[in-house]
Design a protein around this ligand. Sequence first.
Ligand code: SF4
Length: 176
Amino acid sequence: MYLEEVKMNFIQPCTADAARIRFKAKFSTDISEILPYINAVVKDAIYNKKVQSLTIRKEFRIITIYGTNLAVSKAINESEAYEIMDLVKDLVNKTYERKDEIEPLYEMREKPDILQVYKYLPKLNCKKCGESTCLAFASKLLSGIQKIKKCGHIYEEANRENLDKVENMLQIMGYE
Ligand code: SF4
C-alpha cells in the first residue's frame, strides 16, 4: 500500500467554536507527488504548488493535505477525526493506484484576495506586526511571508470570530 499509516499527533478545540475540534496527523510516506493528481480528481480542491498543499472542504470542515501531514479544522469530534483520516488515506491510495490514467493538475482554483483578508483584520494600523498598515499585513499573509500570530490584536476576545475567518482563509491556502 502506498500510504500505510495516518497517525494523529495534535488535537484541540477550534478558535471560534470550542464545540468543534481541529487536529493534525502525520503520514507514514511523503505523498507530495500525488497532490496534483488529487487536485485533478477532486473538482473543488484548492492546490497550492508553492507550499505543496491541497485543501478540500467538506461542508464546514476544512481538510488540508500536505506532503507529510494533514491539518483539519471544524471536525465534529474525535471519532469523526478518525473517519476523516481514513477518508484521506483512502483518497490518497485510490488516486495513487489510478495515477497513470490521471492528468495531474497544478492550477490553484481559488485564492482569497487581499481585501477579503483585510476585512477581518483589526484595522488599527498600529505597526506592531512589523508592517506599516493592516492592508500591507493582509498582503504579506496571502503571500505566506507573514504569520497571523504577529497581530496580537486579532487574538483579543472581541475579534475571535474574525480570527477564525482569517485562519480559515490561510488554511485554505495551505499556510499553517
Ligand atoms: S498588528 Fe494587527 S492591527 Fe496592528 S497593523 Fe498589524 S495587522 Fe494591523
